[in-house]
Design a protein around this ligand. Structure first.
Ligand code: NAP
Length: 232
């Protein structure tokens, strides 16, 4: 059976590589991007993998945008089996700087509530179907166990995304074969991570794809960096 994966923020960086790898593995991929035109260009650039990639507009801060995508996919009888919540922003302002509230609100809107919106739209059908994989692309900066380092708003939003991962995993625990995990991709060479980062987007994508394609006896409700479990 061919599974369908939805990847948010799929037009560049880690998300684009996740789309490429999932497509190479034979999944159908919905490459979702805030700017629909940028998504079309990115999908076309995937070369041989592009045949199984469908670009769709999705702004994760908008309920209407998430609902509209769910409706378009339903209309084409496409059920999302794998959801990769990858879209993210990295605000660097300190908490007590002027405007700090607005920065925190924006970080939570994208990094936490963006994932809540997509989960609300796409996880219930997974539960009904008895199969689903949700991967929340988090960060070690959201780990209490690793000291909650990094800029405040980013760190708080990723810690909250981690909490969402645990709560959603608990909520779907009764459903057969629906798994929810979080992953820190490491420090990755993207627009967010910068040119000096040691991890390539391809390597980062591998750790996400591993969780997106876990077997039935795989973990749920856990946090990983690459294949190693890390503390919340
Ligand atoms: P990136 O190159 O900056 O890409 C971020 C992606 O998120 C872009 O596609 C961007 O779309 C999208 N996005 C932002 N706001 C959005 C919204 N409202 N709706 C839909 N898409 C939105 O970053 P990246 O390094 O690939 O990061 C991907 C994920 O990995 C993020 O969640 C990030 O926090 C996490 N992460 C990255 C690193 C790292 O070192 N790079 C480390 C730890 C965790 P636009 O092109 O439209 O802006």
């Amino acid at each position: 059976m061919i599974r369908t994966a939805l990847v948010t923020g799929g037009n560049r960086g880690i998300g684009l590589e996740v789309c490429r790898l999932l497509a190479r593995r034979g999944l159908h991929v919905v490459l979702a991007s805030r700017d629909g035109a940028a998504g079309e260009v990115a999908a076309a650039g995937l070369g041989a993998a592009a045949g199984v990639v469908r670009a769709e507009a999705l702004d994760v801060v908008s309920d209407a945008s998430v609902e509209a995508l769910a409706k378009r996919l339903r209309a084409d009888r496409i059920r999302v089996d794998v959801l990769v919540n990858n879209a993210g922003i990295y605000p660097s302002a300190a908490l007590l700087e002027p405007g700090g509230d607005e920065v925190l609100r924006e970080a939570l809107e994208v990094n936490l509530l963006g994932a809540v919106r997509t989960c609300r739209a796409f996880v219930p059908p997974m539960v009904r179907a008895g199969y689903g994989r949700v991967v929340n692309v988090s960060s070690g900066y959201g780990s209490f166990g690793e000291g909650l380092e990094g800029p405040a708003s980013y760190s708080i939003s990723k810690a909250a995304l981690n909490a969402l991962t645990v709560k959603l995993a608990q909520e779907v625990a009764g459903a057969p074969d629906v798994k929810v995990n979080a992953v820190c991709p490491g420090w990755v060479r993207t627009r967010m991570g910068g040119r000096g980062a040691p991890v390539s987007p391809e390597e980062a994508a591998e750790s996400i794809v591993r969780l997106a394609t876990l077997p039935a006896d795989g973990p749920s409700g856990h946090f990983f960096r690459r294949e190693h479990e890390i503390p919340w």
